[in-house]
Write a protein that binds this ligand. Structure first.
Ligand SMILES: [Zn+2]
Length: 243
């Protein structure tokens, strides 16, 4: 997956630089038809774009994906106040640029397919399940009480292209499953209980459990993969869990 880097280093959100552990993805669209990613990247690389405290992790249009914040940094995309917001619950938020004509099928297909690939990539990288409530639109976030009252992306995808977030999640899931079976026909080892976790990672996993960051199924089963365990240990060494 090619991701172009265009980090918004002058934006207050980046300057504040609060870290999070990615746990979900929120899909937005800009509600500014005809304005493409490069324009947003230049107009948002300022402290408060248009006077607002806003920043997203990426913009996407029919020319590609442009990463505008590190994915392990809190973004300001869901509104809805401070701690009740998806912003502070690990959601990576990205904006899809809208075509001048929302009924433009060719543009829709191009950006929708790119968004499927991008979200599948994020889900695989961060161990995010491509299901509700981990992968949602801004509107669904509002319905769940973790985002401001915006319509995106329902004013576009379902309305003009009969394409729902459920269809989107199904495509993301299919892509993840398909690519897994191509890359790896060995069955992945799952570490369910604390006893099964490799010794070097036990202090980290214990810390995550005791801080309430890792809950599993509530019965002591955590369904960890080795990749997840490795990332947790690295984050722990960085000190992310000691705040
Ligand atoms: Zn939005």
């Amino acid at each position: 997956m090619k991701i172009n880097r265009a980090i918004l280093t002058n934006n207050l959100c980046y300057i504040e630089g609060r870290k999070h552990i990615p746990a979900g993805v929120m899909v937005h669209s800009t509600a500014v038809p005809g304005v493409m990613a490069k324009s947003f990247i230049s107009s948002w690389n300022t402290a408060k774009p248009g006077g607002s405290e806003v920043c997203v992790h990426a913009f996407l249009d029919n020319t590609g994906v442009y990463q505008t914040l590190p994915f392990d940094m809190v973004g300001w995309h869901s509104g809805g106040g401070a701690l009740g917001s998806a912003n502070y619950r690990g959601y990576i938020g990205f904006e899809i640029c809208e075509p001048r004509d929302l009924a433009d099928k060719q543009y829709f297909n191009a950006v929708k397919n790119l968004a499927v690939q991008f979200v599948a990539h994020l889900c695989k990288t961060y161990g995010i399940l491509p299901e509700k409530p981990a992968v949602i639109s801004h509107k669904e976030g509002h319905q769940l009480g973790i985002a401001s009252n915006h319509e995106d992306i329902d004013h576009w995808w379902p309305k003009y292209h009969n394409y729902t977030m459920d269809k989107f999640r199904a495509e993301v899931k299919a892509l993840i499953l398909g690519s897994d079976s191509e890359e790896d026909d060995m069955k992945e080892v799952i570490y369910n209980t604390l006893d099964e976790v490799p010794a070097y990672a036990k202090p980290t996993i214990l810390k995550l459990i005791s801080k309430g960051y890792l809950n599993g199924d509530g019965k002591g089963n955590y369904a960890l993969t080795l990749d997840m365990i490795r990332v947790f240990v690295i984050h722990d060494r960085i000190g992310l869990y000691d705040k």
